[in-house]
Design a protein around this ligand. Structure first.
Ligand code: CA2
Length: 544
């Protein structure tokens, strides 16, 4: 058999499609089958293939047409009409013919009656295009040619011409990709220009940038155009495109928005910590919080408090200017209730630091390790030393603070009780330190934050801490993070907490590296303040 040098594509239309344009315009539009043939022929010419046509209302004739196509065609586009949903004979014929066959439908069969959602021929076809009206035929033809007919003949040509051919093929394909990329850039820029024009319209009409209904419409259309096999990828590409378009729009809108509450709050923030003269901290002499407070505020008055909450209370009562609280530890993660305290007392983070936490086993002088039955410390201290506690079978007693636990041991004078505290706290209480490794890891560090009742953004600030409530929809966290990533901001910490009273919903604490009042961070916050249910800046500060 002598094959045509121009690939031949057969278009098959099944039962009732000869009636197109005559009735049922609601689902199938007003175009006729003749018009479909005309558009298909024009597209085929543009693609460099020859189009042939076949229509029948009979299943057997369609089977025969498919079998005969094996003798002259390079691919088939088929709208099998209602046979789509039940003709195993047509499915078998497609499978047997060995040609690439693209299934097309004028209407969106997946959004119609349940019996139309099923296509028994789908598994034998290379793809399925639906819901684009007459365009389904053209998109189907183009996809069939580009991804199957041309690709197959290219591979065959390369196989025929051996290694040399393969190298030439690769570089040619790459240069074609470069051309496509250039084309993509042009299209992308056009889309951004349109997004900008929309932004200017929205400035005057004061309407929202994010329009969920419009975005899902764009997504749906893109999925249908892409066909089933590429739908998810194309959808994710379109979502990225829409997010970038929104970002462009927010860039324009923020310039003229005087009513942005986070922006106002940031603009009214203080710029210096010079006024700080009293620093509250949880614990007593020798506690790790005291060490952090001394490191951060050299020579200032330090005000001890029994608990973290009591340290925050000192702020409320204006007895202290700032409070130092532990936030997270390298072994056990975040310190319970500090995030809650921040929210409850409406406090801001104004500085941070990290210190080495070297726990010691502190006992009444003369106590031997074998005498110990119980250990006492703050829950953090107990967790950070959990392995030694379990190994020795010690009972645990919870204390408000590691330094208080050392005081307790000294006051009780009990040889069977040891405190887990710093060396300094042990010394302060006149305890002795037993030389035994008790911490779960060699290096143990805790990060402390300085909190204040006012937002203070010092010029050396290099990170921002935010609190966000995310909507209950798939990909919400990713899209929030993406807004920062698109603006070149690096995520430096992330943690989440359930939102009290709303089971299944979470608050996210997200930290990003960015300079004081950096424009990119401001734009990201501006965008998210419209797109997320709740956004708060917890602080913009430096970590020493
Ligand atoms: O959406 C499509 O292209 C269909 O394949 C069309 C078939 C239908 O059975 C499939 O479920 C989906 C039906 C074509 C009937 O065409 C008519 C055209 C004009 C007037 C009446 C029917």
């Amino acid at each position: 058999m002598v094959r045509n040098s121009v690939p031949v594509i057969l278009l098959i239309n099944g039962p009732n499609l000869n009636m197109l344009g005559k009735r049922s315009r609601e689902h199938y539009g007003s175009f006729t089958l003749e018009q479909v043939y005309g558009a298909f022929r024009t597209k085929a010419e543009a693609l460099g293939v020859e189009a042939r046509f076949f229509q029948s209302n009979s299943e057997g004739e369609i089977v025969t047409a498919i079998q005969e196509a094996m003798g002259y065609a390079d691919g088939i586009v088929i709208n099998a009409g209602a046979h789509t949903h039940y003709s195993y004979a047509i499915m078998d014929a497609i499978e047997v013919c060995g040609l690439p066959v693209m299934e097309v439908h004028i209407s969106n069969i997946h959004k119609r009656e349940p019996f139309r959602n099923v296509s028994v021929i789908r598994q034998a076809c290379v793809g399925q295009i639906y819901g684009l009206g007459l365009d389904s035929y053209l998109v189907g033809l183009e996809k069939l040619c580009r991804e199957h007919v041309f690709a197959d003949s290219k591979i065959a040509a390369e196989q025929r011409s051996g290694d040399e051919g393969q190298t030439g093929g690769l570089s040619e394909l790459r240069s074609r990709i470069t051309e496509v990329d250039a084309e993509l850039m042009r299209v992308f820029n056009r889309r951004m220009d349109l997004a900008e024009q929309i932004a200017h319209l929205k400035v005057s009409s004061k309407s929202a940038v994010y329009d969920a209904a419009r975005e899902s419409e764009v997504s749906d259309l893109a999925r249908q155009r892409a066909g089933e096999d590429m739908a998810t990828r194309v959808d994710s590409m379109m979502k990225t495109m829409m997010r970038i378009s929104r970002e462009r729009q927010y860039d324009i809108l923020m310039k003229t928005d005087t009513d942005w509450s986070i922006g106002r709050e940031l603009a009214n923030a203080g710029h210096s910590l010079d006024h700080v003269s009293v620093v509250a901290y949880a614990g007593t002499r020798g506690s790790y919080s005291e060490a952090a407070a001394k490191k951060l505020f050299v020579g200032k008055e330090l005000l001890p408090a029994r608990t973290f909450a009591a340290a925050c209370e000192q702020l409320a009562q204006k007895k202290a200017d700032v409070a130092v609280l532990p936030l997270e530890n390298t072994i056990v993660g975040s310190v319970d209730n500090v995030f809650e305290l921040l929210q409850k007392n409406n406090l801001y983070i104004v500085r941070a630091t990290s210190i080495e936490v070297a726990h010691k086993l502190a006992v009444i002088p003369g106590t031997k390790i074998e005498d110990i039955r119980k250990v006492t410390s703050h829950p953090q201290g107990l967790s950070q030393c959990s392995e030694a506690i379990i190994r020795n079978g010690w009972e645990t007693i919870v204390s408000d603070n590691t330094a208080f636990s050392a005081q307790d041991v000294a006051e009780r004078g009990d040889f069977s009780l040891a405190a887990i505290s710093s060396e300094e706290a042990a010394r302060e209480s006149g305890l002795e330190i037993l030389t035994t490794d008790i911490c779960n890891a060699d290096r143990n560090r805790t990060r402390f934050i300085v909190v204040s009742a006012d937002l203070i953004i010092t010029p050396d600030a290099d990170r921002i801490s935010t609190l966000m409530h995310l909507p209950h929809r798939s990909g919400a966290l990713v899209s929030a993070l993406q807004v920062f990533a698109d603006r070149g901001l690096n995520l430096s910490a992330i943690s989440s907490r359930p939102i009290a009273g709303t089971p299944g919903e979470y608050a996210f604490f997200l930290d990003f590296i960015c300079p004081s009042m950096g424009q990119e961070a401001l734009l990201a916050l501006y965008q998210l303040s419209f797109e997320m249910p709740y956004v708060k800046v917890l602080g913009w500060y430096v970590e020493e």
